[in-house]
Design a protein around this ligand. Sequence first.
Ligand code: ADP
Ligand code: MG
Length: 709
Amino acid sequence: MGRVGSDMEVQFLPGVGPKRAELLRKELEVNTVGDLLRVFPFRYIDRSSFVRIADARPDMAFVQMRARVMRVDIHDGKRMSVWISDGTGEMEMVFFKGIKWMHEKLKPGSEFIFFGKPSAFNGRLNIVHPEVDNVPSGSPANTGAQSATDRTGTLTGVYPSTEKLKNAGITGKVMNKIMEAALEKGLSYEKESLPEWLMKQYGLVPLHYALRNIHFPKDMQSLEKAKYRLKFEELFMLQLSLLKQKYVRSRDVHGIPMPRVGEAFNQCYASLPFDLTGAQKRVIREIHTDMKSGLQMNRLLQGDVGSGKTMVAVLTALIAIGNGYQACIMAPTEVLAQQHYKNIQKFLAPTNVKSALLTGSTKTSERREIHAGLADGSIGIIVGTHALIEDNVVFNNLGLAIIDEQHRFGVEQRAKLWRKTTCGALPHVLVMTATPIPRTLAMTLYGDLDVSVIDELPPGRKPVRTMHVTEGKRPEMYQFMRNEIAKGRQVFIVYPLINETEKLDYQSLEAGAEEIMNKFPYPEYTTAVVHGKQLNDVKKFNMDAFSSGRANILVATSVIEVGVDVPNASVMIIESAERFGLSQLHQLRGRVGRGSEKSYCILMTGYKLSKESRHRIELMCSTENGFELAEEDMKMRGPGDLEGTQQSGLPITLNIASLAKDGIILNAARDCADAVLKEDPTLSLLKNQLLREEMKKDKYQIKDYSKIS
Ligand code: ADP
Ligand code: MG
């Protein structure tokens, strides 16, 4: 893969040499000068702005201080306190790691720049693991004026580093020198990667300007322009590669034209006991527009728990039926498949469409019958689990696949489904998810899917009141449960089950169940217990006891996270709520508030909570909007960790842009990519030649990505 820009090896830069070059390769994956120019500072020291220690406050996000080391204490070799002073006051810098190295560096009497988040500890401020930089040489004490190697600006880049790099003498200052050399030797070889017209239209500075100013900003504005250009480019190229596949596919992959809605659809629609919400109607229109287009539909349907996705799925399936095709609905778990199957029966009743349920526990004789019905086309809608993609399942003419909770299905498994089609064209695909994915992330994870959102709950839904309760208030909570049960309501109690095999989780569930049965004795109360280690029959029996209303209380692990629909249950108690992630908490909460009763979600925790846990719990108490929660979740944890998306992963690692923080730039980049491809889907116009070259790079050959379809 030939680089367009500077291929010169870094070892030939002044101040580098073979040894340091090897380290840069190992530690920062830098081979060429061009690579080096793309190692960007993660922050800048503004040499003109320091906080006086006396003015530092615990609510400041960060402080930068220029101070002298007064005293260093090491406690048990595990914790090092470094007391610093700038003449206005003293502050403690705390280290738990890298003590040896820091101890050597932070000699009493010498002056450094300390940067970090101040926090209050025992009534005093300290900073744990501050960043420590040398005072730029030549800068006079206290004023923070410009250094001897000054390049007119006052912002100095701070680069990612490692202990090994520092030990090899590649300190922040040396890195700045190396970058200066890299710019001098290499910048002129860096070829502009964006077309002139595009930079003009979207207000982007040229590459050379951007690289120069990202490393050595002339001033704040120049830095912002540089950052904007580099982030825009990164997000734009990513979107371009994703959308390009979509455009290519829509040219090449023929879909089954389904122009009608059909009789079954109308029969079902006419006998619905409620009106569809505006959002449901809009989404069904979007779906039908795809299905009749002659191209293959690849659509992601997002909607919060309870927003009525099942209804949309049924009507979509009936459109396929109305055009003479079969439809399948795949669910990730047996419980969920059963639930779907049960739910759709009532909607199918007014039609003469035959449906069936196929899961791992379908009996052999029944299974044979279903296989036959699928092969001869007499079964119109099949609901099931992975059992649907077993080799011996053959469809007569599968025209639509609806996949629920897609992230639990691997790409490979989806691909298997398509091989089952016998009618030439690929079936339409509707992927449904209740995991709210922030728009910016959805655009990138599913850049090649169209996205529909049900952003409106059916009318009459009562908000769920969410409360945080700590251990000491348990007796009051039990009393609250008794009151609700006396009103005829049912209660969920959920225990965390992070790891199926984790013994501790079962112990806490078992201990909890025992306590509940003690406090809520039979026969006055009936408690059902459900967890993953039970046999299927036992699980089903206990679950039925609760859904039929025989049991007042269901004690369960988070297996109930998906599926269970018990409108009479009005209280959801989540034990050790601090151990759940935001989206899981939100999913669990969605299990209540489905009936007409006022519902409650109680988050039980211990007294001591980490800052993040407390933030999560507070968020849960403050909003019921899944998308808002997902946005916050992403901000807190970064997109990589977002629940339910780990497996999908980002197709490309981002170097400078952040999906969580650069949503506005992402939107602009997405629109730009869309506009380019609308006009020139194959990037063959002369004015897009640079883009075509860029797309040839390995990292944009995203294999199988569009095979979600
Ligand atoms: P989701 O799958 O999105 O979690 P469901 O499709 O299970 O939501 O719908 C939740 C409940 O709301 C179901 O009992 C369903 O019958 C009901 N429902 C769906 N659409 C409407 C509507 N437009 N008006 C009233 N109730 C609805
Ligand atoms: Mg559902």
